[in-house]
Ligand binder design. Structure first.
Ligand SMILES: NC(=O)c1ccc[n+]([C@@H]2O[C@H](COP(=O)([O-])OP(=O)(O)OC[C@H]3O[C@@H](n4cnc5c(N)ncnc54)[C@H](O)[C@@H]3O)[C@@H](O)[C@H]2O)c1
Length: 352
Protein backbone atom coordinates (compact mmCIF):
# COMPACT_ATOMS: atom_id res chain seq x y z
CA UNK A 1 0.00 0.00 0.00
CA UNK A 2 1.35 3.45 -0.93
CA UNK A 3 2.53 5.45 2.06
CA UNK A 4 0.20 8.38 2.79
CA UNK A 5 2.03 11.69 2.39
CA UNK A 6 2.29 13.53 5.70
CA UNK A 7 0.62 16.87 6.26
CA UNK A 8 2.86 19.89 5.85
CA UNK A 9 3.67 21.48 9.23
CA UNK A 10 3.25 25.25 9.08
CA UNK A 11 4.88 27.97 11.18
CA UNK A 12 3.68 31.57 10.91
CA UNK A 13 6.04 34.42 11.86
CA UNK A 14 4.15 37.64 12.63
CA UNK A 15 0.55 37.31 13.78
CA UNK A 16 -0.82 40.70 12.71
CA UNK A 17 -3.19 41.78 9.96
CA UNK A 18 -2.08 39.70 6.97
CA UNK A 19 -1.44 36.56 9.04
CA UNK A 20 -4.94 36.68 10.54
CA UNK A 21 -6.65 37.96 7.42
CA UNK A 22 -5.00 35.72 4.83
CA UNK A 23 -2.39 33.11 5.76
CA UNK A 24 -4.00 31.47 8.80
CA UNK A 25 -7.51 31.26 7.26
CA UNK A 26 -5.85 29.98 4.07
CA UNK A 27 -4.08 27.12 5.84
CA UNK A 28 -7.18 26.39 7.94
CA UNK A 29 -9.19 25.96 4.74
CA UNK A 30 -7.03 22.98 3.65
CA UNK A 31 -6.75 20.83 6.81
CA UNK A 32 -6.19 17.66 4.79
CA UNK A 33 -2.96 19.12 3.33
CA UNK A 34 -1.38 21.02 6.22
CA UNK A 35 -1.47 21.82 9.92
CA UNK A 36 -0.52 25.06 11.66
CA UNK A 37 1.95 23.85 14.29
CA UNK A 38 3.65 27.04 15.54
CA UNK A 39 3.25 30.81 15.74
CA UNK A 40 5.66 33.62 16.53
CA UNK A 41 5.27 37.31 17.36
CA UNK A 42 7.25 39.79 19.45
CA UNK A 43 3.91 41.12 20.72
CA UNK A 44 2.72 38.62 23.38
CA UNK A 45 -0.89 39.86 23.21
CA UNK A 46 -1.15 39.37 19.44
CA UNK A 47 0.50 35.96 19.80
CA UNK A 48 -1.87 34.80 22.53
CA UNK A 49 -4.96 36.09 20.70
CA UNK A 50 -3.99 34.31 17.49
CA UNK A 51 -2.90 31.08 19.20
CA UNK A 52 -6.27 30.85 20.96
CA UNK A 53 -8.20 31.58 17.77
CA UNK A 54 -6.37 28.89 15.75
CA UNK A 55 -5.76 26.50 18.64
CA UNK A 56 -1.97 26.45 18.19
CA UNK A 57 0.03 25.15 21.15
CA UNK A 58 3.60 26.14 20.18
CA UNK A 59 4.13 29.88 20.48
CA UNK A 60 7.39 31.82 20.40
CA UNK A 61 8.54 35.41 20.73
CA UNK A 62 11.78 34.67 18.84
CA UNK A 63 11.42 33.23 15.33
CA UNK A 64 14.70 31.29 15.70
CA UNK A 65 12.92 29.07 18.25
CA UNK A 66 10.09 28.43 15.79
CA UNK A 67 12.62 27.60 13.07
CA UNK A 68 14.30 25.07 15.39
CA UNK A 69 11.11 22.98 15.45
CA UNK A 70 11.43 19.85 13.33
CA UNK A 71 7.66 19.70 12.87
CA UNK A 72 7.78 22.98 10.95
CA UNK A 73 8.21 22.16 7.24
CA UNK A 74 7.17 25.52 5.85
CA UNK A 75 6.95 29.10 7.06
CA UNK A 76 4.82 32.15 6.36
CA UNK A 77 6.77 35.36 6.90
CA UNK A 78 4.09 37.92 7.82
CA UNK A 79 6.23 40.53 9.59
CA UNK A 80 6.81 44.14 8.52
CA UNK A 81 9.14 44.66 5.53
CA UNK A 82 12.30 45.17 7.61
CA UNK A 83 11.80 41.71 9.11
CA UNK A 84 11.40 39.78 5.83
CA UNK A 85 14.99 38.98 4.88
CA UNK A 86 16.40 37.57 8.13
CA UNK A 87 13.64 35.07 9.00
CA UNK A 88 13.35 34.01 5.35
CA UNK A 89 17.08 33.31 4.94
CA UNK A 90 17.29 31.52 8.30
CA UNK A 91 14.18 29.46 7.50
CA UNK A 92 15.60 28.40 4.13
CA UNK A 93 18.94 27.54 5.77
CA UNK A 94 17.01 25.43 8.29
CA UNK A 95 15.48 23.51 5.36
CA UNK A 96 11.99 25.07 5.47
CA UNK A 97 9.98 26.28 2.46
CA UNK A 98 8.96 29.95 2.69
CA UNK A 99 6.10 32.13 1.57
CA UNK A 100 7.13 35.69 2.34
CA UNK A 101 4.74 38.61 2.22
CA UNK A 102 5.18 41.36 -0.36
CA UNK A 103 7.32 43.30 -1.00
CA UNK A 104 9.99 40.61 -0.96
CA UNK A 105 12.26 42.83 1.18
CA UNK A 106 13.43 46.39 1.87
CA UNK A 107 15.57 46.42 -1.30
CA UNK A 108 17.04 44.26 -4.07
CA UNK A 109 20.26 43.47 -2.15
CA UNK A 110 18.22 41.82 0.61
CA UNK A 111 16.05 40.11 -2.03
CA UNK A 112 19.15 38.60 -3.65
CA UNK A 113 20.26 37.04 -0.36
CA UNK A 114 16.80 35.46 -0.06
CA UNK A 115 16.77 34.14 -3.63
CA UNK A 116 20.31 32.77 -3.26
CA UNK A 117 19.38 31.05 0.02
CA UNK A 118 16.38 29.43 -1.66
CA UNK A 119 18.50 28.15 -4.55
CA UNK A 120 21.19 26.83 -2.22
CA UNK A 121 18.69 25.06 0.02
CA UNK A 122 16.60 23.88 -2.96
CA UNK A 123 13.49 25.04 -1.09
CA UNK A 124 10.56 27.10 -2.32
CA UNK A 125 10.55 30.87 -1.93
CA UNK A 126 7.12 32.27 -2.88
CA UNK A 127 6.21 35.97 -2.60
CA UNK A 128 2.74 37.21 -1.56
CA UNK A 129 1.67 38.85 -4.83
CA UNK A 130 -1.83 37.46 -4.42
CA UNK A 131 -3.55 39.49 -7.21
CA UNK A 132 -2.20 37.07 -9.80
CA UNK A 133 -4.56 34.40 -8.40
CA UNK A 134 -7.84 36.23 -9.06
CA UNK A 135 -10.04 34.56 -11.64
CA UNK A 136 -10.22 37.64 -13.83
CA UNK A 137 -6.43 38.07 -13.84
CA UNK A 138 -5.94 34.36 -14.52
CA UNK A 139 -8.37 34.64 -17.43
CA UNK A 140 -6.68 37.72 -18.88
CA UNK A 141 -3.32 35.94 -18.68
CA UNK A 142 -4.85 33.11 -20.74
CA UNK A 143 -5.98 35.63 -23.37
CA UNK A 144 -2.48 37.13 -23.44
CA UNK A 145 -0.74 33.74 -23.64
CA UNK A 146 -3.09 32.88 -26.50
CA UNK A 147 -1.75 35.91 -28.42
CA UNK A 148 -5.00 37.91 -28.22
CA UNK A 149 -3.20 41.14 -27.28
CA UNK A 150 -0.19 40.58 -29.56
CA UNK A 151 2.99 42.37 -28.53
CA UNK A 152 2.33 44.40 -25.35
CA UNK A 153 4.51 47.48 -25.80
CA UNK A 154 3.14 49.84 -23.13
CA UNK A 155 1.32 49.52 -19.83
CA UNK A 156 0.06 51.81 -17.14
CA UNK A 157 0.06 50.34 -13.63
CA UNK A 158 -1.95 52.38 -11.14
CA UNK A 159 -2.64 51.88 -7.45
CA UNK A 160 -4.02 55.18 -6.26
CA UNK A 161 -5.70 55.77 -2.91
CA UNK A 162 -7.36 59.13 -2.26
CA UNK A 163 -7.03 59.23 1.54
CA UNK A 164 -5.45 55.92 2.53
CA UNK A 165 -2.47 56.39 4.81
CA UNK A 166 -2.57 53.32 7.10
CA UNK A 167 -3.19 54.35 10.70
CA UNK A 168 -1.56 51.20 12.14
CA UNK A 169 1.70 49.25 11.82
CA UNK A 170 4.93 50.74 10.45
CA UNK A 171 3.64 51.84 7.01
CA UNK A 172 4.76 55.47 7.47
CA UNK A 173 8.25 54.63 8.80
CA UNK A 174 10.83 54.55 6.02
CA UNK A 175 13.43 52.76 8.17
CA UNK A 176 11.10 49.79 8.73
CA UNK A 177 9.01 49.86 5.55
CA UNK A 178 11.50 51.02 2.88
CA UNK A 179 9.10 53.64 1.47
CA UNK A 180 5.46 54.67 1.13
CA UNK A 181 2.70 53.68 -1.32
CA UNK A 182 5.20 52.68 -3.99
CA UNK A 183 6.69 49.81 -1.97
CA UNK A 184 3.39 49.00 -0.23
CA UNK A 185 0.69 48.97 -2.93
CA UNK A 186 2.54 50.03 -6.10
CA UNK A 187 4.48 46.74 -5.93
CA UNK A 188 1.25 44.70 -6.26
CA UNK A 189 0.16 46.36 -9.49
CA UNK A 190 3.70 46.43 -10.88
CA UNK A 191 4.09 42.70 -10.23
CA UNK A 192 0.74 42.01 -11.92
CA UNK A 193 1.71 44.11 -14.93
CA UNK A 194 5.14 42.50 -15.32
CA UNK A 195 3.50 39.06 -15.13
CA UNK A 196 0.91 39.97 -17.77
CA UNK A 197 3.73 41.24 -20.02
CA UNK A 198 5.71 37.99 -19.60
CA UNK A 199 8.41 39.45 -17.32
CA UNK A 200 10.63 41.35 -19.75
CA UNK A 201 13.66 42.56 -17.79
CA UNK A 202 13.49 46.12 -16.38
CA UNK A 203 16.57 48.06 -17.54
CA UNK A 204 16.01 51.63 -16.31
CA UNK A 205 13.58 53.79 -14.36
CA UNK A 206 12.84 57.47 -14.05
CA UNK A 207 10.76 58.35 -11.02
CA UNK A 208 9.39 61.14 -8.88
CA UNK A 209 8.15 60.94 -5.30
CA UNK A 210 6.28 63.51 -3.24
CA UNK A 211 5.31 63.89 0.42
CA UNK A 212 2.68 66.62 0.23
CA UNK A 213 0.08 65.40 2.75
CA UNK A 214 1.48 62.84 5.20
CA UNK A 215 3.19 65.40 7.42
CA UNK A 216 0.05 67.56 7.70
CA UNK A 217 -2.39 67.44 10.62
CA UNK A 218 -5.39 68.70 8.61
CA UNK A 219 -5.73 65.77 6.18
CA UNK A 220 -8.57 63.28 6.70
CA UNK A 221 -7.72 59.60 7.04
CA UNK A 222 -10.03 56.91 5.58
CA UNK A 223 -7.72 54.18 6.92
CA UNK A 224 -7.29 55.39 10.49
CA UNK A 225 -5.26 58.22 12.00
CA UNK A 226 -1.52 58.10 11.42
CA UNK A 227 1.16 59.92 13.39
CA UNK A 228 1.74 62.89 11.05
CA UNK A 229 4.74 64.04 13.12
CA UNK A 230 6.57 60.81 12.30
CA UNK A 231 5.64 60.41 8.63
CA UNK A 232 8.92 59.66 6.81
CA UNK A 233 7.76 58.08 3.51
CA UNK A 234 6.41 59.47 0.23
CA UNK A 235 2.63 59.78 -0.22
CA UNK A 236 2.71 59.78 -4.05
CA UNK A 237 5.11 58.22 -6.55
CA UNK A 238 5.20 57.94 -10.31
CA UNK A 239 7.75 56.38 -12.66
CA UNK A 240 8.40 55.18 -16.16
CA UNK A 241 10.18 51.83 -16.28
CA UNK A 242 11.97 50.79 -19.48
CA UNK A 243 12.05 47.06 -20.30
CA UNK A 244 14.66 45.17 -22.34
CA UNK A 245 12.18 44.30 -25.12
CA UNK A 246 11.55 48.00 -25.85
CA UNK A 247 8.27 48.08 -23.89
CA UNK A 248 7.62 50.43 -20.97
CA UNK A 249 5.45 50.65 -17.87
CA UNK A 250 4.09 53.88 -16.44
CA UNK A 251 3.60 53.31 -12.70
CA UNK A 252 1.60 55.53 -10.33
CA UNK A 253 0.78 54.95 -6.68
CA UNK A 254 -0.50 57.06 -3.82
CA UNK A 255 -1.68 56.98 -0.24
CA UNK A 256 -3.18 60.45 -0.71
CA UNK A 257 -4.15 62.26 -3.92
CA UNK A 258 -6.80 64.76 -4.92
CA UNK A 259 -8.42 62.54 -7.54
CA UNK A 260 -12.15 61.82 -7.99
CA UNK A 261 -11.91 58.08 -7.35
CA UNK A 262 -9.49 55.34 -6.27
CA UNK A 263 -7.81 53.46 -9.12
CA UNK A 264 -6.28 49.99 -8.81
CA UNK A 265 -5.78 48.90 -12.38
CA UNK A 266 -3.36 47.85 -15.05
CA UNK A 267 -3.89 49.07 -18.63
CA UNK A 268 -2.13 46.94 -21.24
CA UNK A 269 -1.65 48.12 -24.82
CA UNK A 270 -0.77 45.45 -27.39
CA UNK A 271 -0.49 45.29 -31.18
CA UNK A 272 -3.49 42.92 -31.48
CA UNK A 273 -5.58 44.15 -28.56
CA UNK A 274 -5.65 45.95 -25.27
CA UNK A 275 -7.04 45.32 -21.81
CA UNK A 276 -7.68 46.78 -18.41
CA UNK A 277 -7.61 44.48 -15.41
CA UNK A 278 -10.21 46.12 -13.17
CA UNK A 279 -12.94 45.53 -14.21
CA UNK A 280 -11.58 43.08 -16.79
CA UNK A 281 -12.19 44.66 -20.19
CA UNK A 282 -10.65 43.67 -23.51
CA UNK A 283 -10.43 45.77 -26.69
CA UNK A 284 -9.88 44.21 -30.13
CA UNK A 285 -10.33 45.22 -33.74
CA UNK A 286 -12.46 42.85 -35.81
CA UNK A 287 -14.10 43.02 -39.25
CA UNK A 288 -13.48 46.75 -39.60
CA UNK A 289 -14.81 47.56 -36.13
CA UNK A 290 -13.51 48.02 -32.61
CA UNK A 291 -14.91 45.65 -29.99
CA UNK A 292 -14.80 46.39 -26.28
CA UNK A 293 -16.03 43.52 -24.14
CA UNK A 294 -16.06 42.25 -20.57
CA UNK A 295 -15.50 38.47 -20.53
CA UNK A 296 -17.85 36.63 -18.17
CA UNK A 297 -17.06 33.38 -16.42
CA UNK A 298 -19.07 31.07 -14.17
CA UNK A 299 -18.61 30.87 -10.41
CA UNK A 300 -17.72 34.49 -9.64
CA UNK A 301 -14.43 35.45 -8.04
CA UNK A 302 -12.46 33.52 -5.43
CA UNK A 303 -10.54 34.38 -2.26
CA UNK A 304 -7.11 35.17 -3.71
CA UNK A 305 -5.39 34.60 -0.38
CA UNK A 306 -6.80 31.10 -0.05
CA UNK A 307 -5.70 30.37 -3.62
CA UNK A 308 -2.19 31.69 -2.95
CA UNK A 309 -1.77 29.63 0.24
CA UNK A 310 -3.14 26.50 -1.45
CA UNK A 311 -0.68 27.01 -4.31
CA UNK A 312 2.20 27.25 -1.81
CA UNK A 313 1.22 24.01 -0.05
CA UNK A 314 0.55 22.19 -3.33
CA UNK A 315 3.95 23.25 -4.68
CA UNK A 316 5.59 21.73 -1.59
CA UNK A 317 3.55 18.54 -1.82
CA UNK A 318 4.06 18.08 -5.57
CA UNK A 319 7.54 19.62 -5.93
CA UNK A 320 6.33 22.37 -8.30
CA UNK A 321 7.53 25.92 -8.90
CA UNK A 322 5.16 28.51 -7.36
CA UNK A 323 3.26 30.98 -9.54
CA UNK A 324 5.09 33.88 -7.85
CA UNK A 325 8.82 33.16 -7.56
CA UNK A 326 11.52 34.81 -5.49
CA UNK A 327 13.29 35.95 -8.69
CA UNK A 328 10.13 37.74 -9.82
CA UNK A 329 9.83 39.36 -6.37
CA UNK A 330 13.43 40.52 -6.74
CA UNK A 331 12.65 42.07 -10.14
CA UNK A 332 10.03 44.30 -8.49
CA UNK A 333 12.55 45.18 -5.75
CA UNK A 334 15.09 46.23 -8.42
CA UNK A 335 12.46 48.58 -9.88
CA UNK A 336 11.74 50.04 -6.41
CA UNK A 337 15.45 50.70 -5.80
CA UNK A 338 15.84 52.39 -9.19
CA UNK A 339 12.69 54.53 -8.81
CA UNK A 340 13.66 55.79 -5.35
CA UNK A 341 17.26 56.43 -6.51
CA UNK A 342 16.00 58.24 -9.61
CA UNK A 343 13.63 60.43 -7.58
CA UNK A 344 16.53 61.36 -5.34
CA UNK A 345 18.97 62.00 -8.20
CA UNK A 346 16.49 63.73 -10.53
CA UNK A 347 17.46 61.59 -13.55
CA UNK A 348 16.94 58.14 -15.06
CA UNK A 349 18.70 55.29 -13.23
CA UNK A 350 19.88 52.07 -14.89
CA UNK A 351 18.93 48.64 -13.51
CA UNK A 352 21.67 45.97 -13.78
N1 LIG B 1 -0.59 40.59 0.31
C1 LIG B 1 -1.26 41.63 0.74
O1 LIG B 1 -2.23 42.06 0.14
C2 LIG B 1 -0.82 42.29 2.02
C3 LIG B 1 -1.75 43.01 2.79
C4 LIG B 1 -1.33 43.56 3.99
C5 LIG B 1 0.00 43.43 4.41
N2 LIG B 1 0.88 42.74 3.63
C6 LIG B 1 2.30 42.63 4.03
O2 LIG B 1 2.38 41.83 5.21
C7 LIG B 1 3.42 42.29 6.06
C8 LIG B 1 2.83 42.57 7.45
O3 LIG B 1 1.80 43.52 7.33
P1 LIG B 1 0.58 43.54 8.38
O4 LIG B 1 -0.44 44.44 7.79
O5 LIG B 1 0.18 42.17 8.77
O6 LIG B 1 1.30 44.27 9.60
P2 LIG B 1 0.89 44.19 11.14
O7 LIG B 1 1.61 45.31 11.78
O8 LIG B 1 -0.59 44.06 11.28
O9 LIG B 1 1.50 42.78 11.62
C9 LIG B 1 2.89 42.52 11.69
C10 LIG B 1 3.15 41.65 12.92
O10 LIG B 1 4.53 41.28 12.92
C11 LIG B 1 4.99 41.33 14.26
N3 LIG B 1 6.46 41.44 14.30
C12 LIG B 1 7.22 42.53 14.11
N4 LIG B 1 8.53 42.20 14.23
C13 LIG B 1 8.57 40.87 14.50
C14 LIG B 1 9.63 39.95 14.73
N5 LIG B 1 10.92 40.32 14.72
N6 LIG B 1 9.29 38.66 14.99
C15 LIG B 1 8.01 38.26 15.01
N7 LIG B 1 6.96 39.09 14.83
C16 LIG B 1 7.24 40.38 14.56
C17 LIG B 1 4.28 42.54 14.86
O11 LIG B 1 4.27 42.52 16.27
C18 LIG B 1 2.89 42.39 14.24
O12 LIG B 1 2.01 41.63 15.06
C19 LIG B 1 4.00 43.56 5.39
O13 LIG B 1 5.18 43.21 4.70
C20 LIG B 1 2.93 43.96 4.40
O14 LIG B 1 3.46 44.60 3.24
C21 LIG B 1 0.49 42.15 2.47
Amino acid sequence: MAKKKKKIGIGVIGTGGIANGAHLPGYSAIPDMCEIVALCDIDPAALKRTAEKYNVKNTFEDYKDLLAMEEVDAVSVCTPNYVHMDPTVLALKAGKHVICEKPIAMNAAEAKLMVDASKKAKKILQIGYCSRFSRSNQLLKKYIDNGELGDIYWARAQSLRRRGIPGWGVFIDKSKQGGGPLIDIGVHILDLTLWMMGHPKPIAASGVTYAKFGKRSDIVGFMGQWDYKNFTVEDFASAIIRLDNGAAIMLESSFVANIPEEVHNSTLCGTEGGAITNPLTIVKEKLGSLQTFKPEYPGGDINVYHAEIKDFVECILHDKEPLVTGEQGMMVAQCMDAIYASAEAGCEVKID
